[in-house]
Design a protein around this ligand. Structure first.
Ligand code: TNX
Length: 528
């Protein structure tokens, strides 16, 4: 009886095991970490051919007890929880917890000469171990973990597993320290939530700067308590005559905080002396003739100027830079300085020099569009190259650093081609290959790698009115600019990037991003 039972069970068991093996083979593609489509492409990837599997009992450990580390652990858990449905507890530990864990730990010190955003990811069948010398480095490494998991990890509803990651080691660090995007909230105004989503996108592609263009002819978007009409009047409209809007100081601080949680520094810009009609319309005393201008809802540039010869202008600028700097973490203040066609050069030069001093008096490092190189630059001022190579040359001659935003490559408000519904075309059509295929260190004669702090992709919004349109213009080009800032030029190649980018189609879809399906790329969607 006993034996008979066993002899019946054995074949069944064998069959069962065979079935299990077969089933696991179906979705068990060979593991190859180096074949994963990570953007920006990491510096070094070594594959070891197995898998780590995220399971319902996987715990995220942080080595140590600092609240910063725990926050980073929670950030990772929060990204993976909705789609996996796993609880993904986050715990402090002092010893390596071993099997089945994700371990985040800090090693060494940030002043040990190691790139401050560097990270190392060691994935074995038993554990994912992420180490870095700074919290920022851990945060960048987490973006790599996200991109190694199936795209469905980004979905907000629960999905079927398995959640597997190929094993191996990734050692990675960025080529440039400044990698960012600009959002123009002046031509059209966008909500705190929209800016938050923009920040999420930057974080996902390891960008670390958010430049906010806070004022222009068509609108003043940031509350200044000592000059309240800037927003009450100057913030009341936008291009096309819509209601515009502005951030209260509280809302602005929330954006700065959210950026900080994503290890992104906000670069606030008040454009001057041109692009100031909203201010000139709000306060008559800022005009040389003492008369307020009309609010402006068109898209011309270069017609407005602060009154260079009036002292009140500098009181105004001092108040504005002081209030904004008090609310903004990080070293920067962007003073604009572009397209000052209504300001004489002999006025423009002393103006820029004085404004740099005002910013310095509030502890800020200036950034300005390339025209500011016509003035004498302070030693730490950064010149944002957008159009005029002569200005870049003048900046380098003064020893200033350059932020690369060449309009014909990095302006993601340019149309992709003639059929693109939104955006402008003054700098040409910018297809995905054109925006990817350039090297900051060789683009402008006389501007080399050592002169450059990094890259930034500006999104001007003359005819971009909502988050769907923002997404369409920035995706997929933002990913390419992020890679230009992160990955060494010699490791970048359009043909190879094109394939990797195609695989991000399913990630865009999982995140609900409205992206441009460039015909140059073979897109993998979520259903494929
Ligand atoms: C030029 S780029 C401008 C902006 C426009 C943009 C449109 C720069 C420094 N100035 O005022 O919005 O072109 O692409």
């Amino acid at each position: 009886m006993h034996y008979k039972q066993q002899s019946q069970i054995l074949p069944l068991l064998t069959l069962g095991i065979a079935l299990i093996i077969q089933m696991s083979c179906i979705n068990q593609e060979p593991s190859d970490l180096s074949a994963e489509s990570i953007i920006p492409k990491p510096v070094s990837v070594v594959s070891t051919g197995a898998y780590f599997t995220l399971r319902s009992n996987t715990t995220i450990y942080v080595m140590g007890e600092s609240s910063e580390l725990l926050n980073i652990g929670h950030y990772l858990a929060d990204r993976m929880r909705p789609s996996t449905g796993y609880s993904l507890n986050v715990k402090s530990t002092l010893d390596d917890p071993g099997k089945g864990s994700i371990l985040l730990s800090m090693e060494g010190t940030s002043d040990s000469g190691v790139n401050s955003e560097a990270y190392e990811l060691v994935i074995t069948g038993k554990q994912i171990r992420l180490t870095a010398v700074t919290y920022a480095g851990l945060f960048r490494g987490i973006q790599t973990i996200r991109q190694l998991l199936p795209a469905r990890i980004e979905m907000t509803e629960r999905q079927e597993g398995p959640w597997k990651i190929a094993t191996g080691t990734i050692s990675d660090y960025p080529e440039y320290s400044y990698r960012g995007a600009m959002l123009d909230i002046a031509r059209h105004f966008f909500s705190v939530d929209d800016v938050g989503r923009f920040i999420d996108f930057l974080a996902y592609y390891k960008m670390n700067r958010l430049h906010l263009h806070l004022s222009d002819d068509q609108g003043w978007r940031i509350e200044i308590k000592s000059w309240p009409d800037l927003t009450l009047h100057g913030g009341s409209t936008e291009v096309g005559g819509g209601p515009g809007g502005f951030f209260t100081q509280e809302e602005y601080r929330a954006i700065v905080d959210y950026a900080k949680e994503n290890f992104i520094t906000v670069v606030p810009e008040i454009d001057m002396p041109a692009h100031t009609n909203a201010a000139l319309s709000s306060y008559p005393e800022l005009n040389c003739d003492g008369r307020a201008t009309e609010l402006y809802t068109g898209t011309e540039v270069g017609f407005s100027s602060l009154c260079i010869s009036k002292e009140i202008t500098y009181k105004f600028i001092d108040d504005v830079i002081r209030e904004i700097s008090e609310m903004t973490a990080g070293p920067y203040f962007h003073i604009g300085g572009d397209e000052s066609h209504a300001t004489k050069l002999s006025d423009y030069i002393p103006f820029v020099e004085r404004v740099q001093e005002i910013a310095a008096s509030h502890g800020r490092q200036c950034i300005g569009w390339d025209e500011i190189a016509n003035a004498k630059l302070k030693a730490n001022s950064i010149v944002q190259y957008w159009a005029n190579p002569k200005n870049a040359e003048k900046a380098v001659a003064q020893g200033a650093k350059i932020l690369m935003s060449p309009a014909s490559r990095a302006y993601i408000d340019m149309k992709y081609d003639k059929t693109t519904k939104y955006g402008l075309q003054w700098a040409g059509f910018i297809e995905v290959d054109v925006s990817y295929n350039w090297d900051p260190a060789t683009l402008v004669p006389g501007v080399g790698k050592d002169d450059i702090v990094g890259v930034e992709a500006p999104l001007w919004t003359e005819n971009i009115t909502n988050i769907d349109e923002i997404e369409y213009m920035i995706f997929p080009r933002l990913a390419g600019i992020a890679e230009i800032g992160w990955t060494p030029a010699e490791s970048r190649n359009w043909e190879e990037y094109r394939t990797r980018l195609g695989k991000h189609g399913e990630r865009f879809e999982a995140m609900g991003i409205n992206y441009y399906k460039s015909p140059l790329v073979e897109w993998t969607g979520l259903d494929e």
